[in-house]
Design a protein around this ligand. Structure first.
Ligand SMILES: CC1=C(CCC(=O)O)c2cc3nc(cc4[nH]c(cc5[nH]c(cc1n2)c(C)c5CCC(=O)O)c(CCC(=O)O)c4C)C(CCC(=O)O)=C3C
Ligand SMILES: [Fe+2]
Length: 342
Protein backbone atom coordinates (compact mmCIF):
# COMPACT_ATOMS: atom_id res chain seq x y z
CA UNK A 1 0.00 0.00 0.00
CA UNK A 2 1.29 3.49 -0.80
CA UNK A 3 1.18 6.08 1.96
CA UNK A 4 1.69 9.77 1.27
CA UNK A 5 1.45 11.45 4.71
CA UNK A 6 2.06 11.03 8.43
CA UNK A 7 -0.54 12.17 10.96
CA UNK A 8 0.05 12.80 14.68
CA UNK A 9 -3.20 12.12 16.55
CA UNK A 10 -3.54 13.42 20.08
CA UNK A 11 -5.91 14.35 22.87
CA UNK A 12 -5.65 18.16 22.67
CA UNK A 13 -5.76 20.67 25.48
CA UNK A 14 -6.70 24.30 26.13
CA UNK A 15 -4.15 27.09 25.63
CA UNK A 16 -6.13 29.97 27.11
CA UNK A 17 -8.34 30.28 30.22
CA UNK A 18 -11.42 30.89 28.03
CA UNK A 19 -10.76 27.58 26.26
CA UNK A 20 -10.90 25.48 29.44
CA UNK A 21 -14.67 24.90 29.77
CA UNK A 22 -15.34 24.42 26.02
CA UNK A 23 -12.46 21.93 25.94
CA UNK A 24 -13.81 20.04 28.96
CA UNK A 25 -17.27 19.91 27.36
CA UNK A 26 -15.72 18.41 24.22
CA UNK A 27 -13.94 15.74 26.28
CA UNK A 28 -16.94 14.74 28.36
CA UNK A 29 -19.87 15.18 25.96
CA UNK A 30 -22.27 12.26 26.49
CA UNK A 31 -19.96 10.57 29.02
CA UNK A 32 -21.85 11.23 32.24
CA UNK A 33 -19.04 13.12 33.98
CA UNK A 34 -20.67 15.12 36.82
CA UNK A 35 -20.45 18.94 36.82
CA UNK A 36 -18.60 18.88 40.16
CA UNK A 37 -15.83 16.84 38.58
CA UNK A 38 -15.66 19.24 35.62
CA UNK A 39 -15.41 22.26 37.93
CA UNK A 40 -12.62 20.54 39.85
CA UNK A 41 -10.67 19.67 36.69
CA UNK A 42 -11.16 23.21 35.35
CA UNK A 43 -9.34 24.40 38.50
CA UNK A 44 -6.39 22.15 37.65
CA UNK A 45 -6.12 23.76 34.22
CA UNK A 46 -6.59 27.29 35.61
CA UNK A 47 -3.81 26.58 38.12
CA UNK A 48 -1.55 26.47 35.04
CA UNK A 49 -3.02 29.67 33.58
CA UNK A 50 -5.54 27.73 31.49
CA UNK A 51 -2.73 26.29 29.37
CA UNK A 52 -2.33 22.55 29.05
CA UNK A 53 1.22 21.58 28.12
CA UNK A 54 0.02 18.86 25.76
CA UNK A 55 -0.28 20.95 22.59
CA UNK A 56 3.25 22.33 22.85
CA UNK A 57 4.47 18.79 23.54
CA UNK A 58 2.78 17.72 20.29
CA UNK A 59 4.42 20.61 18.39
CA UNK A 60 7.79 19.57 19.77
CA UNK A 61 7.19 15.91 18.89
CA UNK A 62 6.05 16.84 15.38
CA UNK A 63 9.20 18.91 14.83
CA UNK A 64 11.34 16.02 16.06
CA UNK A 65 9.52 13.54 13.81
CA UNK A 66 10.03 15.81 10.78
CA UNK A 67 13.77 16.00 11.51
CA UNK A 68 13.93 12.21 12.00
CA UNK A 69 12.11 11.60 8.71
CA UNK A 70 14.41 14.02 6.87
CA UNK A 71 17.51 12.36 8.31
CA UNK A 72 16.30 8.89 7.28
CA UNK A 73 14.75 9.80 3.93
CA UNK A 74 11.20 9.03 4.97
CA UNK A 75 9.47 11.21 2.41
CA UNK A 76 6.14 11.90 4.15
CA UNK A 77 4.72 15.31 5.08
CA UNK A 78 3.70 15.35 8.76
CA UNK A 79 0.31 16.64 9.97
CA UNK A 80 -1.26 16.95 13.43
CA UNK A 81 -4.87 16.78 14.58
CA UNK A 82 -6.55 16.42 18.01
CA UNK A 83 -9.62 14.72 19.43
CA UNK A 84 -10.75 17.54 21.73
CA UNK A 85 -9.11 20.85 20.84
CA UNK A 86 -7.51 22.83 18.03
CA UNK A 87 -6.02 21.81 15.74
CA UNK A 88 -9.14 19.62 15.47
CA UNK A 89 -8.71 16.43 13.49
CA UNK A 90 -11.54 17.27 11.03
CA UNK A 91 -9.76 20.51 10.05
CA UNK A 92 -6.49 18.65 9.59
CA UNK A 93 -8.16 16.02 7.41
CA UNK A 94 -9.68 18.79 5.25
CA UNK A 95 -6.21 20.31 4.89
CA UNK A 96 -4.77 16.94 3.89
CA UNK A 97 -7.47 16.55 1.24
CA UNK A 98 -6.70 20.04 -0.09
CA UNK A 99 -3.01 19.09 -0.24
CA UNK A 100 -3.84 15.98 -2.27
CA UNK A 101 -3.08 13.39 0.42
CA UNK A 102 -4.72 10.03 -0.37
CA UNK A 103 -3.59 7.68 2.44
CA UNK A 104 -2.02 8.75 5.74
CA UNK A 105 -0.43 6.75 8.55
CA UNK A 106 -1.71 7.92 11.94
CA UNK A 107 0.31 7.78 15.17
CA UNK A 108 -1.79 8.24 18.34
CA UNK A 109 -0.11 9.48 21.53
CA UNK A 110 -1.22 6.45 23.50
CA UNK A 111 0.68 3.18 23.67
CA UNK A 112 -2.18 0.94 24.77
CA UNK A 113 -5.32 -0.87 23.72
CA UNK A 114 -8.77 -0.07 25.07
CA UNK A 115 -11.57 2.29 24.15
CA UNK A 116 -10.09 5.66 25.24
CA UNK A 117 -6.52 4.82 24.25
CA UNK A 118 -7.10 3.16 20.89
CA UNK A 119 -10.62 2.54 19.62
CA UNK A 120 -11.75 6.13 20.20
CA UNK A 121 -8.95 7.31 17.87
CA UNK A 122 -10.31 5.00 15.15
CA UNK A 123 -13.74 6.57 15.78
CA UNK A 124 -12.23 10.08 15.67
CA UNK A 125 -10.68 9.22 12.29
CA UNK A 126 -13.98 7.91 10.93
CA UNK A 127 -15.90 10.97 12.19
CA UNK A 128 -13.36 13.42 10.77
CA UNK A 129 -13.38 11.68 7.38
CA UNK A 130 -17.18 11.65 7.32
CA UNK A 131 -17.17 15.36 8.17
CA UNK A 132 -14.82 16.15 5.28
CA UNK A 133 -16.78 13.91 2.94
CA UNK A 134 -15.75 12.92 -0.60
CA UNK A 135 -12.03 13.15 -1.23
CA UNK A 136 -11.07 12.69 2.44
CA UNK A 137 -7.84 10.69 2.62
CA UNK A 138 -7.82 7.15 3.96
CA UNK A 139 -6.09 7.01 7.36
CA UNK A 140 -4.53 3.87 8.86
CA UNK A 141 -3.57 3.95 12.51
CA UNK A 142 -0.13 2.66 13.51
CA UNK A 143 -0.07 -0.20 16.00
CA UNK A 144 -0.05 -0.12 19.80
CA UNK A 145 3.55 0.21 20.99
CA UNK A 146 3.59 -0.45 24.75
CA UNK A 147 6.53 -2.90 24.54
CA UNK A 148 8.57 -1.14 21.85
CA UNK A 149 12.18 -0.56 23.02
CA UNK A 150 11.78 3.12 22.07
CA UNK A 151 9.02 3.44 24.68
CA UNK A 152 10.33 1.04 27.34
CA UNK A 153 13.91 2.43 27.16
CA UNK A 154 13.08 6.06 28.06
CA UNK A 155 10.76 4.93 30.88
CA UNK A 156 13.52 2.65 32.21
CA UNK A 157 16.17 5.40 32.22
CA UNK A 158 13.70 7.79 33.82
CA UNK A 159 13.12 5.37 36.71
CA UNK A 160 16.89 5.04 37.20
CA UNK A 161 17.28 8.84 37.18
CA UNK A 162 14.44 9.36 39.65
CA UNK A 163 15.82 6.68 41.95
CA UNK A 164 19.22 8.41 41.90
CA UNK A 165 17.64 11.50 43.52
CA UNK A 166 16.60 9.51 46.62
CA UNK A 167 18.73 8.57 49.61
CA UNK A 168 20.65 5.38 48.69
CA UNK A 169 20.76 4.35 52.36
CA UNK A 170 16.96 3.97 52.20
CA UNK A 171 16.93 1.91 49.02
CA UNK A 172 15.90 -1.29 50.85
CA UNK A 173 12.67 0.46 51.91
CA UNK A 174 12.10 2.28 48.58
CA UNK A 175 9.16 1.16 46.45
CA UNK A 176 8.61 1.46 42.69
CA UNK A 177 5.06 2.60 41.87
CA UNK A 178 3.90 2.46 38.26
CA UNK A 179 0.85 4.52 37.42
CA UNK A 180 -1.57 4.80 34.50
CA UNK A 181 -4.89 6.50 33.80
CA UNK A 182 -7.73 4.72 35.56
CA UNK A 183 -10.60 3.64 33.32
CA UNK A 184 -14.03 2.20 34.14
CA UNK A 185 -13.65 -1.48 35.11
CA UNK A 186 -16.15 -2.33 32.38
CA UNK A 187 -13.89 -0.62 29.81
CA UNK A 188 -10.92 -2.60 31.17
CA UNK A 189 -12.84 -5.89 30.91
CA UNK A 190 -13.70 -5.24 27.25
CA UNK A 191 -10.29 -3.88 26.14
CA UNK A 192 -8.92 -5.80 23.15
CA UNK A 193 -10.47 -8.77 21.36
CA UNK A 194 -10.24 -11.03 24.43
CA UNK A 195 -10.69 -8.37 27.13
CA UNK A 196 -8.20 -7.08 29.70
CA UNK A 197 -5.72 -5.80 27.12
CA UNK A 198 -5.09 -2.35 28.69
CA UNK A 199 -4.18 -3.81 32.09
CA UNK A 200 -2.25 -6.73 30.55
CA UNK A 201 -0.09 -4.36 28.48
CA UNK A 202 0.55 -2.16 31.52
CA UNK A 203 1.46 -5.20 33.59
CA UNK A 204 3.89 -6.28 30.87
CA UNK A 205 5.70 -2.95 30.53
CA UNK A 206 5.83 -2.59 34.33
CA UNK A 207 7.62 -5.95 34.51
CA UNK A 208 10.01 -4.92 31.71
CA UNK A 209 10.89 -1.56 33.29
CA UNK A 210 11.21 -3.06 36.78
CA UNK A 211 13.55 -5.80 35.55
CA UNK A 212 15.74 -3.35 33.62
CA UNK A 213 15.78 -0.40 36.03
CA UNK A 214 15.55 -1.69 39.59
CA UNK A 215 15.05 -5.45 39.95
CA UNK A 216 15.88 -5.27 43.67
CA UNK A 217 12.83 -3.09 44.45
CA UNK A 218 9.27 -4.25 45.09
CA UNK A 219 6.75 -2.66 42.76
CA UNK A 220 3.05 -2.09 42.19
CA UNK A 221 0.81 -0.95 39.34
CA UNK A 222 -1.79 1.61 40.43
CA UNK A 223 -4.18 4.14 38.87
CA UNK A 224 -4.71 7.88 38.73
CA UNK A 225 -6.99 10.61 37.37
CA UNK A 226 -10.28 8.82 37.97
CA UNK A 227 -13.24 10.58 36.34
CA UNK A 228 -16.89 9.65 35.85
CA UNK A 229 -19.82 9.43 38.26
CA UNK A 230 -19.00 7.92 41.70
CA UNK A 231 -21.40 4.97 41.26
CA UNK A 232 -19.48 3.67 38.22
CA UNK A 233 -16.53 1.47 39.28
CA UNK A 234 -13.11 2.41 37.89
CA UNK A 235 -9.75 0.62 38.25
CA UNK A 236 -8.29 0.84 41.77
CA UNK A 237 -6.31 1.46 43.91
CA UNK A 238 -5.88 5.16 43.33
CA UNK A 239 -2.25 6.23 43.71
CA UNK A 240 -3.01 8.44 46.74
CA UNK A 241 -4.70 5.61 48.63
CA UNK A 242 -1.88 3.33 47.65
CA UNK A 243 0.78 5.69 49.04
CA UNK A 244 -1.13 5.76 52.32
CA UNK A 245 -1.15 1.97 52.45
CA UNK A 246 2.59 1.80 51.65
CA UNK A 247 3.46 4.27 54.40
CA UNK A 248 1.83 1.89 56.88
CA UNK A 249 4.01 -0.97 55.59
CA UNK A 250 7.49 0.37 56.45
CA UNK A 251 8.06 1.92 53.02
CA UNK A 252 10.10 5.15 53.37
CA UNK A 253 10.40 6.35 49.77
CA UNK A 254 8.64 5.95 46.44
CA UNK A 255 9.65 6.31 42.80
CA UNK A 256 6.52 7.04 40.76
CA UNK A 257 6.73 6.04 37.09
CA UNK A 258 3.86 7.27 34.85
CA UNK A 259 4.17 4.41 32.37
CA UNK A 260 0.61 5.01 31.18
CA UNK A 261 1.67 8.19 29.38
CA UNK A 262 3.95 9.45 26.62
CA UNK A 263 4.44 13.05 27.82
CA UNK A 264 4.34 15.18 30.98
CA UNK A 265 0.87 16.55 30.24
CA UNK A 266 -1.53 17.99 32.77
CA UNK A 267 -2.61 14.71 34.32
CA UNK A 268 1.05 14.06 35.16
CA UNK A 269 1.83 17.61 36.33
CA UNK A 270 -1.29 17.98 38.47
CA UNK A 271 -2.19 14.50 39.65
CA UNK A 272 1.40 13.37 40.32
CA UNK A 273 3.55 16.48 40.84
CA UNK A 274 0.92 18.20 42.98
CA UNK A 275 -1.56 15.72 44.45
CA UNK A 276 0.50 12.56 44.89
CA UNK A 277 3.56 14.53 45.97
CA UNK A 278 1.48 16.30 48.65
CA UNK A 279 0.12 12.95 49.80
CA UNK A 280 3.66 11.58 50.08
CA UNK A 281 4.85 14.65 51.99
CA UNK A 282 1.98 14.40 54.47
CA UNK A 283 2.89 10.74 55.02
CA UNK A 284 6.60 11.53 55.43
CA UNK A 285 7.50 9.49 52.32
CA UNK A 286 10.43 10.46 50.11
CA UNK A 287 9.06 11.02 46.59
CA UNK A 288 10.58 11.11 43.10
CA UNK A 289 8.53 11.21 39.89
CA UNK A 290 10.10 9.67 36.81
CA UNK A 291 9.83 11.51 33.47
CA UNK A 292 7.83 10.35 30.44
CA UNK A 293 9.38 9.82 26.95
CA UNK A 294 8.39 13.27 25.55
CA UNK A 295 10.81 13.87 22.67
CA UNK A 296 13.46 11.36 23.77
CA UNK A 297 15.37 10.48 20.57
CA UNK A 298 14.59 6.77 21.06
CA UNK A 299 10.89 7.54 21.17
CA UNK A 300 11.13 9.63 18.01
CA UNK A 301 13.07 6.83 16.30
CA UNK A 302 10.34 4.43 17.41
CA UNK A 303 7.76 6.49 15.51
CA UNK A 304 9.87 6.25 12.35
CA UNK A 305 10.30 2.50 12.88
CA UNK A 306 6.54 2.03 13.29
CA UNK A 307 6.08 3.87 9.98
CA UNK A 308 8.70 1.68 8.33
CA UNK A 309 6.94 -1.47 9.54
CA UNK A 310 4.19 -0.37 7.18
CA UNK A 311 6.10 1.29 4.34
CA UNK A 312 9.08 -1.09 4.10
CA UNK A 313 7.83 -4.15 5.91
CA UNK A 314 10.55 -3.57 8.54
CA UNK A 315 10.65 -6.10 11.42
CA UNK A 316 8.60 -5.23 14.51
CA UNK A 317 10.83 -4.12 17.40
CA UNK A 318 9.32 -5.39 20.62
CA UNK A 319 10.29 -6.70 24.05
CA UNK A 320 7.05 -8.32 25.20
CA UNK A 321 5.02 -11.32 24.15
CA UNK A 322 1.40 -10.13 23.97
CA UNK A 323 -0.06 -10.34 20.46
CA UNK A 324 0.15 -7.22 18.27
CA UNK A 325 -1.54 -6.33 14.98
CA UNK A 326 -1.82 -3.45 12.51
CA UNK A 327 -5.58 -3.39 12.16
CA UNK A 328 -7.73 -3.84 15.26
CA UNK A 329 -10.55 -6.40 15.09
CA UNK A 330 -13.78 -4.55 14.26
CA UNK A 331 -15.61 -5.58 17.43
CA UNK A 332 -12.92 -4.96 20.06
CA UNK A 333 -13.00 -2.21 22.72
CA UNK A 334 -16.69 -1.28 22.44
CA UNK A 335 -17.72 2.27 23.25
CA UNK A 336 -18.96 2.65 26.84
CA UNK A 337 -22.69 3.19 27.00
CA UNK A 338 -23.43 6.88 26.70
CA UNK A 339 -25.57 8.48 29.31
CA UNK A 340 -28.67 10.02 27.83
CA UNK A 341 -28.55 7.60 24.90
CA UNK A 342 -31.33 5.46 26.33
C1 LIG B 1 -7.01 5.89 29.20
C2 LIG B 1 -6.92 7.40 29.20
C3 LIG B 1 -5.83 8.17 28.86
C4 LIG B 1 -4.46 7.69 28.48
C5 LIG B 1 -4.37 7.34 27.04
C6 LIG B 1 -4.44 8.53 26.10
O1 LIG B 1 -3.59 9.42 26.20
O2 LIG B 1 -5.32 8.55 25.24
C7 LIG B 1 -6.22 9.53 28.99
C8 LIG B 1 -5.39 10.62 28.70
C9 LIG B 1 -5.68 11.97 28.88
N1 LIG B 1 -6.79 12.49 29.52
C10 LIG B 1 -6.70 13.86 29.48
C11 LIG B 1 -7.65 14.74 30.00
C12 LIG B 1 -8.92 14.36 30.44
N2 LIG B 1 -9.45 13.09 30.53
C13 LIG B 1 -10.75 13.14 30.99
C14 LIG B 1 -11.64 12.08 31.17
C15 LIG B 1 -11.36 10.71 30.90
N3 LIG B 1 -10.15 10.16 30.56
C16 LIG B 1 -10.29 8.80 30.34
C17 LIG B 1 -9.28 7.92 29.96
C18 LIG B 1 -8.00 8.29 29.55
N4 LIG B 1 -7.52 9.59 29.42
C19 LIG B 1 -11.66 8.47 30.57
C20 LIG B 1 -12.26 7.10 30.42
C21 LIG B 1 -12.31 9.66 30.93
C22 LIG B 1 -13.79 9.82 31.25
C23 LIG B 1 -14.50 10.53 30.15
C24 LIG B 1 -14.40 9.79 28.82
O3 LIG B 1 -14.88 8.64 28.75
O4 LIG B 1 -13.79 10.34 27.90
C25 LIG B 1 -11.09 14.50 31.22
C26 LIG B 1 -12.45 15.00 31.69
C27 LIG B 1 -12.38 15.57 33.04
C28 LIG B 1 -12.01 14.52 34.09
O5 LIG B 1 -10.81 14.28 34.27
O6 LIG B 1 -12.92 14.02 34.72
C29 LIG B 1 -9.94 15.26 30.90
C30 LIG B 1 -9.77 16.78 30.97
C31 LIG B 1 -5.49 14.24 28.80
C32 LIG B 1 -5.04 15.69 28.50
C33 LIG B 1 -4.11 16.22 29.55
C34 LIG B 1 -3.69 17.63 29.23
O7 LIG B 1 -4.53 18.49 28.94
O8 LIG B 1 -2.47 17.89 29.27
C35 LIG B 1 -4.87 13.08 28.42
C36 LIG B 1 -3.59 12.92 27.65
FE1 LIG C 1 -8.32 11.30 30.39
Amino acid sequence: MAYDAFLLLSFGGPEHPDDVMPFLRNVTRGRGVPDERLAEVAEHYLHFGGVSPINQQCRDLLAAVRAEFAAHRVDLPAYWGNRNWQPMLADTVAQMRDDGVTHALGFATSAYGGYSSCKQYWEDIAAARAHVGPGAPAISKLRQFHDHPGFVGPHTDAVRAALATLDPARRPTTRLVFTAHSIPTRMAETAGPDGGRYTAQLQEIAELVHAAAAPDLSWDLVWQSRSGPPQVPWLEPDINHHLTALAGKDVTDVVVSPIGFVSDHLEVLWDLDNEARDTARDLGLGYARAATPGTDPRFVTMIRELVEERTRDAARQRLGTLPVWDVCPADCCPSPQRRGAS
